[in-house]
Ligand binder design. Structure first.
Ligand code: 6PG
Length: 271
């Protein structure tokens, strides 16, 4: 069955019929963006997310047909957030990407910019990472601009490490902040919303029936960003794409978009 494609507000929604197709859609978008960027003689600057959703995507990007299509030596890798743990810790978002992707593709070590956690405080790591973003990224409107930021969404509506009711949701000056999150019992380091929403493209990847309720709440529920921070993801001059499997998209009303019927199309996945 062909994937669904429809709009909800400014967000493009792509729905794969199962996890494999959903991952192929996401990997295809990554490859296309990387190749377009490098064809314009620029490095492709991408921030990866953590959690479990990206695991199959990283495995896909490290395998054919995708691995040999990505111009890895011109890819600059960053992270949208990180736990305050050492790089080899099983909880580390970097460690997951390293095991599933970095060790299997030819991205140069000097192009991998992990959040420098594990040898100091989370606040120190956030301050250091701000410098990395300033050095490595071009700016637009005074903020570092990523070509792509990959994000997930937690069942509580958080994204990156921007959690409900946290002051970090209102950060308007810093690029990167540290926050102690009771709910997860530890410190996190996260890009701030001005940086996230300055990206050329954001892909929100969510799969599995356990995400159906939060996906519907973020996209079609009452506007309540304090409760549901993922509602604050809205690139100012960029594209927002939600890539979902049918399980995670199950509660979305396909025929309602600010009162106007959605024109749900079934289009051939780019891969
Ligand atoms: C992290 C992630 C986080 C993640 C969501 C969804 O550090 O945990 O960056 O923001 O994207 O928690 O996680 P799952 O995909 O595991 O549900």
């Amino acid at each position: 069955m062909l994937p669904e494609r429809f709009q909800i507000g400014a967000a493009e929604i792509l729905v794969g019929c199962d996890l494999d197709e959903t991952v192929r859609i996401a990997a295809g978008q990554f490859v296309a963006m990387a190749r377009n960027r490098v064809a314009a003689s620029r490095d492709f600057c991408v921030a990866l997310s953590g959690g479990s959703a990206p695991r199959p995507l990283f495995q896909a990007l490290a395998s054919e047909p995708f691995a040999s299509l990505v111009p890895w030596k011109h890819v600059q890798l960053f992270w949208g957030d990180e736990r305050n743990v050492a790089p080899g810790d099983p909880q580390s978002n970097y460690s997951m990407a390293d095991q599933l992707l970095l060790r299997r593709v030819a991205v140069p070590a000097e192009n991998v910019h992990r959040v420098p956690t594990g040898n100091g405080t989370a606040i120190e790591a956030a301050n250091q990472y701000e410098q990395v973003l300033r050095e490595k990224l071009a700016t637009q409107r005074g903020w570092p601009r990523f070509d792509l930021i990959l994000l997930g969404v937690g069942s509580n509506g958080h994204t990156a490490s921007l959690f409900p009711h946290r002051p970090t949701l209102h950060e308007s000056r810093r690029l990167v902040v540290a926050d102690h999150i009771e709910e997860v019992g530890g410190w996190r380091v996260t890009l701030t919303l001005p940086v996230l929403n300055n990206a050329a493209q954001i892909i929100m990847l969510a799969t599995g029936e356990e995400k159906a309720a939060v996906v519907q709440r973020v996209l079609q529920g009452p506007r309540n960003p304090e409760e549901t921070p993922a509602q604050l993801i809205a690139p100012e001059q960029g594209k927002l794409t939600w890539i979902l499997d049918m399980a995670a998209a199950r509660e979305l009303r396909r025929h309602e978009n600010d009162g106007k019927p959605n024109d749900v199309k079934r289009t051939r996945a780019s891969w």
